[in-house]
Structure formats: structure tokens, C-alpha cells
Design a protein around this ligand. Structure first.
Ligand SMILES: Nc1nc2c(c(=O)[nH]1)N[C@H]1C(S)=C(S)[C@@H](COP(=O)(O)OP(=O)(O)OC[C@H]3O[C@@H](n4cnc5c(=O)[nH]c(N)nc54)[C@H](O)[C@@H]3O)O[C@H]1N2
Ligand SMILES: Nc1nc2c(c(=O)[nH]1)N[C@H]1C(S)=C(S)[C@@H](COP(=O)(O)OP(=O)(O)OC[C@H]3O[C@@H](n4cnc5c(=O)[nH]c(N)nc54)[C@H](O)[C@@H]3O)O[C@H]1N2
Ligand SMILES: [Mo]
Length: 784
């Protein structure tokens, strides 16, 4: 609970990612969560057949798993969930919500698992224990009174295919397409961009492709912290001398060097694997210009090859047969000036030509990316620019090549596949009518940014959250919180207490659910569940540890309970039967989406699971023109608001990102080992020249203020300046602490993903309080 972190320091991290640092970090958290008794046993079953799916990231799980198929952060996520600590009724007797609102994210969740269904009592300003029957009836009653278009059904990306399918069916039977989910803040730019360009909304690369690729481009993803299991296929590829060309403003440790913590030989030896063979420290938002430069250089190499009578660099046959739009793109690229490209990307022409040369020589290229590409005003164009690069040499629809977006939550991709979307055009409406007599509303529903706007305007009155920490994850936190209190119904299904639960609306319910590591028994029968990973692979899983309490219910059971009370007997969805046997839900999924999920009940148990069919992998393009499409960007600048950064010398472009010790809004601890920070998150990373130029010194305390729309005060602080290896004009701070700085309207065009990676900000010196000073980093100038 205390805000004091006496051991804060900053010291550049010299070791590789993985290695002993990783092993030590896992043991620490198992100890802290008092999970040493069952922790190591549970970890043996992580990502294994008849085991549970890691509740951390969505990276693919191999069919032949390693003996220990988990990473440092997956192990932390497991320990965090199977903790022996509890947040039970006595806790809520002792603490009012006003008091709990002074607690920080870490302390709220660290206190342990929620154990009882709770209802907010405004007179006492406390949560009080209630019964499940009362909760279902009360919520159903209130939902019946609200107009369906005023109610929102949020999903955070972890719920299984079974629970997600039920959830969207419930929303639609109730009369609402308001199904925002966490991907609206995450990879929606990917889904929109890929759908337009190659006719599928998801990645085409599978784990097997890593064994055949001969070149990897890696944009804006921090693999060492956020999808460490991917370091294994990357390391294997490096052992085959596959070049990995990385674009990232920060020199992220996991992208530089790796020691496999599960290999005794590597752990004891001096060698680590060099991951990136070229490391380009692109400016924030400079990727569009960087890829334009690479494409320009590829055109030049192609001209030279043809002139010399050598094989062309462009794949003429593929381009003619499978694509359109190249000429428009070529015309645009040719007129771009190298000086502009260098200035916008922050990279030299020679560096971009070096990347182009490797690209032109390779036969099977894949592109991997994360939030550094999608969370920008031009996030969709970023995605399409990467596709453009691949299409030049036919690098989609062949083994070892393709697009590989790295998704976030463990089932975020799958939720979309089974209907969690605000867009009824993406829903098989005829099927839902024929099978369940549900008339899907025709009107488009609300995604995340629309939901926030609705809450601010007062047109959204009811909110149901299937997991997540909505208030903390969305932009403009300080404007959202007061408006949130005007909701008349606020229902949160969760495993742990978080900030969103502490801002009550009219009727507020907090319903504790089973996590995915726990055995989910219905009528004494252990149920299995399924997920889709980042590589489009469906697998069956099963919890393996005893539930954290007798009163917990599964997400499936909770949705069924609320749906029955809301929709009554006329509804033709067999909620009760589904609750008792999840195979029946899977039957519903297979009947609704037979192309993807036929024979799901058997195929999900196959070794390595089954893949969804993707047209693009067979070079069938389900786009508007029936071809793969080269898309021409509108402009070189990814962030129209960033013009300020050049115009006003005191403005820098701020990215908000994750430490190595958090899962989104879940803060495990205060160490960002790979970036050398420990004991604090109250820091802002800046280039040393900018620090000096702006009249500061490393170690100074500042408030950070949003520079656009200055009439609205958006400020976070005090934060301590760390001089860091980051391009000039760029700065970095932690999410979610910096979310109040991101204006709600500052989002990607078309996908509406908040542009959390490029917020123009200014810095204002402040005096730190005593509490701030207690977790100060030493004021030494330390550049990595
Ligand atoms: N341990 C752990 N695992 C996680 C999560 C977690 O919080 N903790 N979160 C999960 C979720 S939901 C998601 S979406 C993923 C997120 O995983 P990432 O996609 O890695 O997300 P971020 O941590 O936000 O880091 C973004 C990276 O992009 C870089 N970057 C920022 N701006 C730019 C830019 O303009 N251009 C380029 N080229 N790079 C840029 C940053 O330096 C950083 O390395 O991870 C998932 N896995
Ligand atoms: N500024 C900025 N903002 C961002 C981002 C950024 O990079 N910068 N990233 C964005 C991204 S990529 C994402 S995905 C969103 C994440 O946004 P959310 O999905 O809303 O947030 P999480 O932090 O993942 O949610 C954590 C909570 O989920 C609950 N939970 C955990 N496990 C379970 C479970 O099994 N079932 C249920 N029902 N509940 C569970 C716990 O109570 C926990 O407190 O944030 C976005 N916001
Ligand atoms: Mo995400």
C-alpha cells in the first residue's frame, strides 16, 4: 500500500535477456505470492496438452512443447493468479472505496484473489457480500429497464472461445452490438489494414514458418518482455544465420541478446545469441518514412539488376497475377526525397539501403510487429506499408514468409473470431437467426473510443466488463473517471481488484470468477475450454489447480446466470444446458462457423491444435478487388499532431509503454530489469541532448503536460528524468500511469486505436514531495 520504494535505482543492464536474471525473477514472485507449494507444479502444465493455456500473451504454443514451456513473464502471470493471498469480505469491511482509491495498481491486485460476489453499498461506501442469485436477478432487472443501445459489453481478451461466443450472443439477443474489446486499443489497426490489403484480419505466419524463413523484419515490439517465448523460434532462426532487422526507438534487450533460461548449457556458458543483425533506432512514428526508404531502395536495386541483365528484384509474376496498386505506390515513393525520409525516420539513407539489400537477397521474408506500429494516428497505414514491402517479392502465401502481428491477451484474437465485434457486418446474422432465433441489430455498435465518448456524453448508461481494467486502460483517464460515476449500472467480472472497480456507478456489482489455471467443475465434471493464439491456431485446455474459493463461478456460468435473468424463457439459447456442458457451446460455435470450427470437439485435441483456414495463405485474396492491394500512404508523417515537435523546440513525442514487470494495468513490481530501472515507475526516459537543451539535468523532477489542445489540462507527474539511449525528439513513460496524457480523440484513423505511442508533450520542473524522493533514482547521468 505504501508509495515508498526505498531501493529505487537506475543502472544500465548489461546481461542478455533470459538467463539467470529471468530465473531469479520467477522465484521471487512465486515466493511473494506464497505460491511456492503449487507454483512449480502448475508451471509444468503450462501450455501443455491436458494443461492450461498461459494467461499472459497470445504467442503460439508448439505442438511438441519444451519440458518447461513458459517464460519469465508467463510464470509471473501464473503465480499472480494462483496466489494464496485473498481479498475477501473482511477486507471490504475494513476499507471504504474512498480509501481504496488512494491505493496504487500494484497494491490493489497484489492483495489477492477476489472470493465473493459483491455489491456496492453507497450508504457505507463499501462493497458488501451478496449471493449469486441476488446478483443475477438484480443485474437482470436493471438491464431490462435500460435501452439496449445504452448498454456496453466490454471484453478484455482472456475469456475462452466458449465464454466469448456466449457473451456476444447474450449482447445480441438483448439487442446490442456494443461489444468493444481490448483489441480496440491494441491490434485493431492490424485487423483493418490487413483486411483491406490481403483480405484476412489476422497474421498468416505459423510457428512452422520460423523454421523456413530466411529473413525477419521486426517492428515496434518488445519481445523480451511481452512475448518471451517467441525468443525460442528467433534464437533457432539465428542459429541458421537468418538475418533479423529491427526497427525500434529503444535498444530493447530482448531484441539484442538472449540466453535461453531453460538450457543448462547456455545458462552456464558465456555465450548469448545475438538476436538482431541490424538495429535501427527509428524515431517514434518514423516507420512509414523508413519503409518508404527501403521500398525506394528496392526499386533502385531492381532497376540496376534489370539494367545489368540479372534477375529482377521485384517478383513480376506475382505482382501481375496477384496484386493491384503498385504503380500508384511507385509514383508516390519515387517522388519522396531522401532528405525528408532521413529526417522523418531519423535513419540514414545508408542504413535503409542496408536493410533493402538484405530484403532483396532473401527469398522468404516475414514481418513481425506490435504496438509500436498500431498505436499511432497512422497505425493502419503503418500496417499496410509493411504489407507493401512483402508484396514486392511475393512474400505472402509461401512457406517461411508472411505477416506476423504479435497479439496481446491470450485469447484476444479468438474473441473476434467468435463474434466479439461492434460491426454486425462481420457477424453471420442468418446463422444466428436460424440457430438461436436471434435478430442481430442492424445498427453498428460502439467500440472502445465510442464507448468512452458515450460515457462522457451520458449516452452510455450500463457497462458490463468481462475482465479488464477499462478505466485505467483507456486514454484521458482524468476526464473518464468523473463521467464513469454517472453510469447507472456497472458490472465487473474479475479475478482481482482494480481501479475500475473502485469508481462506483448507480448500481455496482463485482463478480469474482475462476481464472484459466483453475479446475472448472460443473456438476462435478471438469470442463475444458479453447483459445486461438496469435498464429490462428485453436487448442483445447484445462485448468489444473484447485479454485481460489468455493464461491467463485466460471465466466460461462456468470454470463448464463445474467442472460437467463435478463432474457427470460422466450430466449432460445440453452443457457442452462451450456453452463453444465461446455461441449454444447462448442457445438454452437461449430454450427455458426463451420468453415473454421467443424469437428472442433476432436480437432482441438490434435497435437498442436488446428489452424483456421486463411485465404491469403493460399493466395486467395478476399479483398474488394480480389487481389492483394498495394496501399499508397497519404503522407510521410505518422502523427499529424507531431508537427508541433518540429515547430516548438520544447515539445517531445512521448510513447507510453510496458515495463518488464507488468501485464498491462497489472503491475507485478517496480523493476524494469532490461531497461535498468528498479524500485520505481515514476520516470520519463529522454535523450541526453534533449535533457540538456531543455535546461534540465538527469534526476530532475518534472510534470509532463500534453502539448496539443492546451485548453484542456492533461498532466502527469512528478516523474524523474532518466537520460537514456532514445532518439532526439522522443521520450518514453509507462502505461497506464501516463494515460491521462493521451487525448481521447488522438487515435488512429479508421481503426480508432488510441495513438498511445506518440503524444506531443512538454516538461515542467516541480519540487518532489518527500514520498517522491523516497523512491528517487540516483541523479547520475547514465546513458546506456
Ligand atoms: N509481460 C507482458 N506481456 C505482455 C503484456 C504486458 O503488459 N506484459 N501485454 C500484452 C498485450 S495486451 C500486448 S498488446 C502486447 C504488447 O507488446 P508490445 O507490442 O511489445 O507493446 P509495448 O510494451 O507497448 O511496446 C512497444 C514497443 O514498440 C516500440 N515503439 C514505440 N513506438 C514506436 C514506433 O513509433 N516505431 C517503432 N518501430 N517502435 C516503436 C517501443 O520501444 C517498444 O519496444 O504484449 C502482451 N504481452
Ligand atoms: N497509454 C496506453 N494505453 C494502453 C496501452 C498502451 O500501450 N499505452 N495498451 C492497450 C492495450 S494493447 C490493451 S490490450 C489494453 C488492456 O486493457 P484491459 O484488457 O482492460 O486491461 P488488463 O490490464 O489486461 O486487465 C487486468 C484485469 O483483468 C482481470 N482479469 C485477469 N484475469 C482474468 C480472467 O481470467 N477473467 C476475468 N474476468 N478477469 C480477469 C483482473 O481483475 C485484472 O485487474 O490497454 C490499452 N491501453
Ligand atoms: Mo493488447
Amino acid at each position: 500500500m505504501s508509495l515508498i520504494h526505498p531501493t529505487a535505482h537506475f543502472k544500465p543492464y548489461q546481461s542478455a535477456s533470459g538467463g539467470w536474471g529471468s530465473a531469479r525473477s520467477v522465484m521471487q514472485i512465486l515466493w511473494r505470492e506464497q505460491a511456492l507449494a503449487q507454483g512449480p507444479l502448475a508451471l509444468l502444465k503450462q501450455n501443455k496438452p491436458k494443461g492450461f493455456a498461459c494467461v499472459s500473451c497470445a504467442w503460439g504454443k508448439p505442438g511438441d512443447p519444451h519440458a518447461l514451456e513458459f517464460c519469465e513473464n508467463g510464470a509471473k502471470a501464473t503465480a499472480w493468479e494462483i496466489t494464496r493471498l485473498r481479498t475477501g469480505p473482511d477486507f471490504f469491511e475494513r476499507h471504504t472505496l474512498s480509501e481504496l482509491r488512494t491505493w496504487n495498481d500494484h497494491d490493489l491486485e497484489q492483495h489477492g484473489r477476489l472470493t465473493h460476489p459483491l455489491r456496492y453499498d453507497p450508504a457505507a461506501d463499501r462493497y458488501r457480500t451478496t449471493t449469486w442469485a441476488e446478483a443475477y436477478a438484480g443485474i437482470g432487472e436493471q438491464l431490462k429497464r435500460l435501452p439496449p443501445e445504452q448498454v456496453v459489453f466490454y471484453a478484455s481478451g482472456r475469456a475462452s472461445l466458449e465464454a466469448s461466443f456466449m457473451y456476444q450472443l447474450f449482447a445480441r439477443a438483448y439487442g446490442s452490438n456494443n461489444l468493444p474489446d481490448s483489441s480496440n486499443m491494441c491490434h485493431e489497426s492490424t485487423s483493418v489494414g490487413l483486411q483491406e490489403s490481403i483480405g484476412v484480419p489476422v497474421g498468416t505466419v505459423t510457428l512452422e514458418d520460423f523454421e523456413h524463413t530466411d529473413c525477419i523484419f521486426f517492428f515496434g515490439q518488445n519481445v523480451g518482455s511481452n512475448s518471451p517465448r517467441m525468443l525460442h523460434p528467433l534464437q533457432e532462426a539465428r542459429k541458421r544465420h537468418v538475418p533479423i532487422i529491427t526497427f525500434n526507438p529503444l535498444r530493447e534487450r530482448g531484441l539484442e541478446r538472449f540466453v535461453n533460461p531453460q538450457s543448462p548449457v547456455e545458462m552456464l556458458g558465456p555465450d548469448s545469441t545475438v538476436i538482431s543483425t541490424q538495429y535501427h533506432q527509428v524515431r517514434i512514428g518514423g516507420d512509414l518514412a523508413a519503409i518508404t526508404g527501403i521500398i525506394k531502395a528496392v526499386f533502385e536495386l531492381d532497376r540496376q539488376a534489370r539494367a545489368a541483365g540479372q534477375a529482377a528484384v521485384l517478383d513480376d509474376d506475382f505482382i501481375a497475377q496477384h496484386t493491384d496498386g503498385l504503380e500508384a505506390l511507385r509514383a508516390w515513393v519515387e517522388v519522396q526525397d531522401w532528405t525528408d525520409l532521413e529526417q522523418h525516420s531519423g535513419l540514414s539513407r545508408a542504413a535503409l539501403e542496408a536493410a533493402a539489400t538484405v530484403y532483396a537477397r532473401s527469398q522468404r521474408v516475414m514481418v513481425i510487429w506490435g504496438m509500436g506500429m498500431t498505436q499511432h494516428r497512422k497505425g493502419v497505414e503503418n500496417v499496410q506499408m509493411m504489407v507493401n514491402l512483402l508484396l514486392l517479392r511475393g512474400n505472402i502465401g509461401k512457406t517461411g514468409a508472411g505477416v506476423c502481428p504479435v497479439r496481446g491477451h491470450s485469447n484476444v484474437q479468438g474473441q473476434r473470431t467468435v463474434g466479439i465485434t461492434e460491426d454486425p457486418q462481420k457477424v453471420p446474422v442468418d446463422k444466428l437467426h436460424a440457430l438461436f432465433n436471434i435478430r442481430v441489430p442492424e445498427q453498428k455498435g460502439l467500440a472502445t473510443v465510442d464507448t468512452c465518448e458515450g460515457i462522457l456524453k451520458g449516452t452510455v448508461k450500463g457497462f458490463i466488463g468481462l475482465g479488464g481494467n477499462f478505466l485505467r486502460a483507456v486514454p484521458d483517464t482524468d476526464r473518464m473517471e468523473p463521467a464513469w460515476a454517472d453510469l447507472s449500472l456497472n458490472v465487473q467480472v474479475a479475478t482481482k481488484l482494480n481501479r475500475t472497480h473502485l469508481v462506483p456507478g448507480g448500481q455496482t456489482w463485482l463478480l469474482p470468477c475462476l481464472g484459466h489455471i483453475e479446475i472448472d467443475r460443473q456438476d462435478g465434471q471438469a470442463q475444458v475450454y479453447s483459445t486461438e493464439d496469435s498464429t490462428g491456431c485453436m487448442r483445447a485446455w484445462q485448468g489444473t489447480t484447485e479454485p481460489a474459493g468455493d464461491m467463485l463461478r466460471s465466466e460461462v456460468a456468470i454470463i448464463a446466470g445474467i442472460a437467463e435473468q435478463t432474457l427470460g424463457a422466450e430466449c432460445q439459447v440453452p443457457w442452462d444446458a451450456w453452463r453444465h456442458d461446455y461441449a454444447l457451446i462448442r457445438k454452437g460455435i461449430s454450427d455458426t462457423y463451420p468453415e473454421i470450427f467443424h469437428d472442433m470437439e476432436t480437432r482441438m485435441w490434435e497435437r498442436g491444435g488446428f489452424h483456421r483456414p486463411l485465404g491469403a495463405c493460399k493466395r486467395e485474396w478476399h479483398t474488394e478487388t480480389g487481389k492483394a492491394r498495394f496501399a499508397t500512404p497519404s503522407d510521410l508523417e505518422e502523427n499529424p499532431d507531431a508537427a508541433l515537435v518540429g515547430e516548438r523546440r520544447e515539445v517531445l513525442n512521448l510513447m507510453t509503454l510496458r515495463s518488464n514487470d507488468q501485464f498491462n494495468t497489472t503491475v507485478y513490481g517496480y523493476d524494469d530489469r532490461f531497461r535498468g530501472v528498479s524500485g520505481t515507475r515514476s520516470v520519463v526516459f529522454m535523450n541526453r541532448d534533449d535533457v540538456v537543451r531543455l535546461g534540465f539535468a538527469p534526476g530532475d523532477w518534472v510534470n509532463v503536460r500534453t502539448a496539443v489542445e492546451p485548453e484542456v489540462r492533461r498532466e502527469v507527474g512528478p516523474l524523474q528524468i532518466i537520460a537514456y539511449d532514445i532518439p532526439q525528439g522522443c521520450a518514453a513513460g509507462y502505461y497506464p500511469e501516463c494515460n491521462p496524457l493521451v487525448p481521447l480523440w488522438h487515435h488512429a484513423e479508421r481503426s480508432k486505436v488510441p495513438a498511445s505511442k506518440a503524444v506531443p508533450v512538454t516538461f515542467h520542473r516541480v519540487e518532489p514531495s518527500r514520498a517522491d524522493l523516497a523512491h528517487a533514482v540516483p541523479a547520475r547521468d547514465q546513458v546506456q
